[in-house]
Design a protein around this ligand. Sequence first.
Ligand code: MC0
Length: 140
Amino acid sequence: MLLRIDHVGIACHNLEEKIEFYESTFGLVVVSREVNEEQGVREAMLHVADGDSGASYIQLLEPLHPDSAVGKYLSKRGEGVHHIGYGVPDVAKAMADIGAKGVRLIDERPRHGSMGASIAFLHPKDVGGVLTELVETSRH
Ligand code: MC0
C-alpha cells in the first residue's frame, strides 16, 4: 500500500532561515515553494533522493497564522518533525482501506497538496502520536 516516504514535514518559525540551514548543512536543493491558504502554511520542498517508486523530500513548513495546524503545533511543541507523508498509488483507495481499519481520517476527501499532489491526513492519535499524510502524485 505504501510506496515510499514521500516527505517529512518539519515545522519552523522562519522558512527562509530554515531553508538556508538545510542548503548549507546538507546540500539540499529547493525544488518547490508554495503558499497553501487552505492548510495555513507557507512551505518549501527540498529534494533528498530518488528511488524506483519516486522521490523523497524534506518539507519545511511555516504557519501563515498562529491558529493554523502548524501554528498551534509550534506554540505547543516548538520546532521539529510535524508529520510524515507516505506515497501511495491511489489516495482515495488508501483512505478507504485505512479508514476501514478504524484509523480516523482527518480529511473526508483528498485535498490539494504540495507540487500538485493529492493528499489526506490520518489522525495522529490513531497512529501512535504521528500525524500521517497519504500522498498521491504523478511526479517522479
Ligand atoms: C496536533 N497533535 C499532534 C500534531 N498536531 N500530534 C502529533 N503530530 C502533530 N503534528 C496532537 C496535539 O498534541 C494534541 O494532543 C491533539 O493532537 C490535538 O491537537 P490540537 O493542538 O488541539 O489541535 P487540533 O485537534 O485542532 O488539530 C490537530 C490535527 C490538525 C492533527 C487534527 O493539526 C490537522 O488537521 N492536521 C492536518 C492538516 C495539517 O497539519 N496541515 C498542515 C500541513 P494532546 O495529547 O495534547 O491532546 S499542510 C501540508 O503538509 C501540505 C501542504 C502537503 O504536505 O502538501
